[in-house]
Design a protein. Sequence first.
Length: 191
Amino acid sequence: MRKIILASRSKARQKLLRQIGLKFQAVNPHVKEDSAPRPDCADLVIANALAKAKAAAKRFSSGVVIGADTVVLAGKKIIGKPKNMSDAFKTLKLLSRAPQLVYTGIAVVDIDHKKIFSDFERTKIYMYRLTDKQIRNYFKKVSPLDKAGSFDIQGLGSIFIDRIEGCFYNVVGLPLAKLAKLLKKAQIDVF
């Protein structure tokens, strides 16, 4: 098995890769994510995922690098990780008012064969309307600062979700089925 490198320090992404049985090394890609609005959110998350994967790939002579980027689109506003607790509060309140779209871009850099594969996933989320008190109580138990959209769908934030349309793992931060397809193109079969 070739070396797999995850260009992310995200605990959620690492947990998902372990969940599907991949052995990997996680590295910080040291890339500033672009947040400039684009006509299509997919272009933004793919560009960020590519930048992360390519930056990490420069530090290795062999292997396959996985990069990912997730943002939430509420109306026409792109929402990433909150800047501070006040921003997180406003974000979660906004998201509980109307459905939102979660986009994750994935990039796989095959260092050995000098090939790059990328794609994205989109999932629609419907949340229950949250009160200020519910949001404050949630933040006492869960730090929203490392989460796009200020909540975790796989943890306590799951109780806010009425329903989703699309890939659940995309909302966590790494659409596993889409990733498996890209890894297969890089000659890594998850099975």
